[in-house]
Design a protein around this ligand. Structure first.
Ligand code: WTA
Length: 704
């Protein structure tokens, strides 16, 4: 594209040109120092070397007993990796680094208020804190190997400390994103059967000290409704000794961790040697029903996989200062803030607050001050920083050798800003495609060996073999220009073990679609169905188009439509609700709710407000709908199913597709006029959607 015409080209037109994106090659300085710079690595991970190739990742860890079987497929598709091996994840992330790096920073925590001191926590100090908290969990709470403990913690060092303490004990942790509501937390507590909830009194967000403990009381009530009783609530204090919440502490149930820790000073807990296939943690994610899925991750396979991918794809060396600007409440933070980087003994930076507080120069000030050289974030953050501070990065003196993007497709022009302005043209970028279920990356370029292509994640990562199938299970060939369902042909060590408590749903959701024989013990018969649409270019690079199920990806986070709708229906006046995605410049997608009212109830802005509040309470502010539309009726099929595809079209000023099969086609025009006129009146000027976005909307709700 000629430079002079760029300014007039709309995003939609740029998207049309996605196929013509040119390669960017890694700078020589990067290649010279890269962990994976010898192309022989592709042979080591060739398909003929599967599954033994993954021993290279397992060998990055310290094992108490070496495995006998690399991959056990006898109970397909419940894969078992490194069977017979024993290890402790905490030892691998903390203890084993003491000999060489006792006083090196393991974590550097940056509080949101700039006046508050940054905390560097050395490996020695981390070891101390983890052991003391592990002793407390074991002796005061009585947790045992295999028990689940739920955390509802914000971005504070107490979160990795709590995770590693559980790992030390062989206890399964389940962190619920701090921004989620108390009731969303309670649901996850109940599903996992946790008796202990670990939370914090308050934390900073956007300059405000937010009361967080109040959510624990809601979580408790929700869990109780579902028959699960939380026995103890452990409350870390953001400022030890000072209580930052209005919520009363309940005698005998709620405890300040800083007070309890007085009894555990200097205690050292013997790490429990765990079988490789013991669960390490649960991470809940949204699916097509209201019930979120607890993805159960293993100890040995998971840790090996995040260590290996951190080494080769994040190019982490022990001497790097690595900053993954994500929340540990999501899988990215588990794998690539805590477990991967610490397994490799590097310094991992954590930031408490929002990217643009107090101004959009903040991330670059942090990078400059700490000497960050590897930076990792999501397109939604990149878009926001570009919008609010397009020239900020050049004002700061930092140098990134490597940058990552994760969580949703990145538009090529946003990619270029990331590369040219944030990376100052000197950093390689990896666009990493994967999911909560996967443990670690599935699609990416190996940064020193494969060129970057804006908008494409790249080919399958080492030892991972993706394929695109059409609805009949036929392969969609690379370079055909056709989209289909991206699947992974083989298991890999980071794959989750199952959906907590629901093995049938696990098989049904991820394997049934393309399984060739339910009795087969051969992994070749069990392609993993990722649930994303994708196209593969002739060079083997994948472009991910988004979810094929009813999940709305807001700022890189999956929200289930059913969960949103169930929340809306908790409002008394609401008869029916439908959640649809609307294209949003910053967040990628935002949620819009359509609701119809019970007979005799009149529409009012008050009801709209109630729906918004219900969603915030049930799910969290992240899900706050951009608009709530009260409509006389929903467009429905003759069998009574709401046609979300049609209302998604209306919300996005796009084609609504075929409406002739509707039971009530006349309602479509009524809704369109109401919604679109109102949007125009509110100044929500629609822009032309890219073919990619149109495709995405068309796929939304397609099964109804
Ligand atoms: C989407 C986040 C395009 C995809 C790690 C996937 C992406 C869902 C990318 C998983 C990427 C993630 N390019 N799309 N680089 N990374 N996605 O479970 O639709 O929160 O299925 O895991 O995000 O989201 P999750």
């Amino acid at each position: 594209m000629e430079a002079g015409t760029e300014a007039q080209v709309s995003e939609a037109q740029i998207a049309v040109h996605w196929r013509e994106e040119e390669y960017y090659h890694p700078p020589k300085e990067f290649v010279e120092q890269a962990n994976a710079a010898d192309p022989a690595i592709f042979e080591r991970f060739g398909e003929d070397r599967f599954p033994e190739c993954f021993e290279e990742y397992a060998e990055l860890l310290t094992w108490d007993a070496r495995w006998q079987t690399v991959l056990d497929t006898s109970n397909a598709p419940f894969w078992k990796w490194f069977v017979g091996g024993r290890l402790n994840a905490c030892v691998n992330c903390v203890d084993r680094h003491l000999a060489s790096s006792r006083n090196k920073a393991a974590l550097i925590w940056v509080p949101e208020p700039e006046a508050e001191e940054t905390q560097a926590i050395t490996y020695q100090e981390l070891h101390r804190r983890v052991n003391e908290f592990a002793a407390l969990l074991r002796d005061f709470c009585g947790v045992e190997v295999g028990d689940r403990v739920t955390f509802h913690l914000p971005m504070v060092p107490e979160l990795p400390v709590s995770m590693l303490a559980c790992a030390r004990l062989g206890v399964v942790h389940s962190e619920v994103f701090g921004g989620f509501s108390g009731s969303a937390c309670g649901d996850r507590v109940a599903d996992s059967g946790s008796r202990i909830l670990v939370t914090m009194d308050a934390y900073y967000r956007n300059g405000e000290l937010i009361d967080h403990k109040a959510k624990a009381d809601e979580a408790l009530a929700t869990a109780r409704e579902r028959g699960v009783e939380i026995e103890k609530v452990l409350v870390w204090r953001r400022h030890p000794g000072e209580y930052g919440s209005q919520s009363p502490m309940v005698e005998g149930r709620d405890f300040f961790v800083d007070e309890l820790l007085e009894n555990y000073r200097g205690k050292v807990v013997e790490p429990v040697s765990m079988p490789a296939e013991a669960p390490l943690f649960l991470m809940y994610t949204s699916g097509t029903t209201a019930q979120p899925k607890g993805c159960q991750h293993s100890t040995g396979g998971y840790l090996a996989y995040v260590a290996g991918t951190s080494k080769y794809y994040q190019d982490i060396h022990p001497e790097d200062t690595y900053w993954c600007f994500a929340d540990i409440g999501w899988i990215t933070g588990h794998s690539y803030i805590v477990y991967g980087p610490l397994a490799l003994g590097t310094t991992s930076v954590m930031y408490e607050g929002v990217p643009t507080y107090p101004d959009p120069g903040r991330p670059w000030r942090i990078a400059e001050r700490l000497g960050v050289n590897i930076f990792h974030t999501a397109p939604t953050t990149i878009r926001m920083l570009r919008k609010l501070g397009p020239d900020e990065p050049s004002k700061y003196d930092y140098r990134f050798k490597h940058m990552t993007t994760v969580g949703e497709p990145i538009e090529p022009d946003v990619w270029r800003w990331y590369h040219d302005v944030v990376g100052k043209g000197e950093a390689v970028i990896v666009d990493t495609w994967w999911q909560t279920e996967n443990g670690g990356f599935l699609g990416s370029t190996l940064p020193a060996l494969q060129p970057m292509k804006p908008g494409s994640c790249g080919p399958g990562v080492l030892g991972v073999y993706p394929v695109i199938y059409d609805e009949h299970g036929d392969v969609v060939e690379a370079g055909s220009g056709r989209a289909g369902n991206i699947c992974i042909r083989n298991p890999w060590p980071g794959i989750f073990q199952m959906i907590w408590g629901d093995p049938d749903r696990f098989v049904q959701t991820y394997y049934a679609k393309y399984n060739r024989d339910p009795e087969s013990k051969d992994w070749h018969d069990w392609p993993y169905f990722a649930g994303d649409g994708a196209v593969q270019a002739a060079d083997g690079y994948f472009r991910i188009l988004g979810r094929v199920d009813d999940v709305i990806n807001v700022a890189g986070h999956r929200l289930g439509t059913k969960e949103l709708e169930s929340a809306a229906i908790t409002v008394d006046e609401i008869a029916e609700a439908a959640a649809v995605p609307v294209v949003d410049e910053l967040r990628g997608r935002a949620v819009e709710m359509y609701v119809s009212l019970k007979p005799g109830v009149g529409a009012s802005t008050e009801i709209e407000g109630k729906v918004t509040r219900a969603i915030e309470t049930e799910i969290g502010k992240i899900a706050r709908p951009k608009n709530v539309w009260i409509v006389p009726d929903m467009p429905k099929t003759r069998s009574g199913k709401i046609m979300r595809r049609v209302i998604a079209g209306i919300s996005n000023f796009a084609d609504v597709g075929d409406t002739t099969t509707l039971a009530n086609p006349e309602v479509v025009d009524t809704i369109r006029q109401h919604v679109q006129n109102e949007k125009l009146a509110r100044g929500e000027v629609p822009r032309e959607l890219s073919p990619q976005e149109l495709d995405d909307l068309k796929r939304f709700g397609r099964d109804e």
